[in-house]
Design a protein around this ligand. Structure first.
Ligand code: AHM
Ligand code: MG
Length: 338
């Protein structure tokens, strides 16, 4: 077994990377390694289907709604099937929480891990050939294996994640993940059918100059969020909003920036889901030296009360997230003194 502290070279295959890091995983039994491999493999299958979607009539709406009442797309449904089937068959998972399912899916009672997943995020971009992504969070169950799954197994705060990551289906397909010892990115080589280490120990710049927010909702932002957007504009920052969380986050991770989905009138708690969108990226952001809050509180400290809970989300470069929090606090003080 290789020493997990030695950085592996660019070009290392994912499988070799996972194997060499296995001793550094919490509760190293090889199960978490296998779980990561299962997710990576399903990502290859989904990647293939996304690439062919226009040709095999997979684009478009499925005519059904997801857990939050949004229109499901054919590829949303398909990706959900691909990931849940492989997690079920893999045997390492006792429960799955998916954006596409109303209820918790109970799988193997003897398994140790709980997975929260958004199988395909960025629905509005699926049909128009714009980057989309898969997000996943992995927890260790707290109840004894063999027994029924309890809500305590599932509703764990993000700080208890043992691994988190995403697959970005972009101009190239990438798997980016952390097991709590730094963030590493792997680029998929479709000609070889393998992911290779391309981004070692990723660090998000502490300062950034990109802000990603849907400014079309500006009029329903709180005063603090409006002040923050104004601050970014005055500083001449660049506005970049793809509308695909994974893609917006990934760009900001590499270049420095902030992604914000605040509370707005039609979604008072924000739109994004704590368990399989915000916690996932919050763990990656913190592992890369960044920060994630709901405008006030650290995302990873929030104990979910519902599997599909939504929270306002501010994630990215540390100093930008701090600046947003400062302006939100200032606006609250002004309001309370009036
Ligand atoms: P989804 O899970 O239904 O795809 O919604 C999440 C997506 C994010 O990827 C993206 O950042 C956001 O919704 C865009 O929402 P909006 O169009 O309201 O700005
Ligand atoms: Mg989503």
């Amino acid at each position: 077994m290789e020493d997990s502290r030695i950085a592996l070279p660019i070009g290392t295959a994912l499988d070799r990377f996972i194997k060499s890091r296995q001793t550094a995983f919490p509760f190293a039994t090889g199960e978490l390694s296998q779980l990561l491999r299962d997710i990576a493999l399903s990502g290859k299958v989904v990647n293939r289907e996304i690439n062919r979607a226009g040709l095999i009539n997979l684009a478009g709406a499925a005519g059904s709604e997801n857990s939050t009442g949004e229109q499901q797309q054919n590829l949303d449904v398909l990706a959900n099937i691909r990931f849940s089937r492989s997690l079920e068959k893999g045997g390492e998972v006792c429960a799955i929480v998916s954006e596409e399912e109303d209820e918790i899916i109970e799988v193997n009672r003897n398994a140790h891990y709980v997975v929260a997943i958004d199988p395909l995020d960025g629905s509005s971009n699926i049909d128009v050939n714009v980057s989309i992504g898969t997000l996943f969070s992995i927890y260790r169950r707290v109840s004894p294996e063999g027994g029924p799954i309890s809500m305590d197994d599932v509703l764990q705060p993000g700080k208890d994640q043992v691994a988190a990551g995403y697959i970005l289906y972009g101009s190239s397909t990438m798997l980016v993940f952390t097991t709590g010892r730094g963030v590493n990115g792997f680029t998929y080589d479709p000609s070889l059918g393998e992911y290779f280490l391309s981004h070692q120990n990723m660090q998000i710049p502490k300062d950034g100059s990109i802000y990603s927010i849907n400014e079309g909702s500006y009029h329903s932002f709180s005063q603090g969020v409006k002040d923050f957007v104004e601050d970014c504009r005055e500083k001449g920052y660049t506005g970049r909003y793809i509308g695909s969380l994974v893609a917006d986050f990934h760009r900001n991770l590499l270049k420095g920036g902030i992604y914000v989905y605040p509370s707005i009138s039609k979604s008072p708690n924000g739109k994004l889901r704590l368990m399989y969108e915000c916690n996932t990226l919050a763990m990656l952001a913190e592992e890369a030296g960044g920060m994630a809050t709901d405008g006030t509180n650290r995302i990873l400290d929030i104990v979910p009360s519902d599997i599909h809970q939504q929270v306002p989300f501010f994630v990215g470069s540390k100093h930008m997230v701090e600046r947003a929090r400062e302006l939100i606090e200032d606006a609250k003080m002004v309001r309370s003194s009036q």
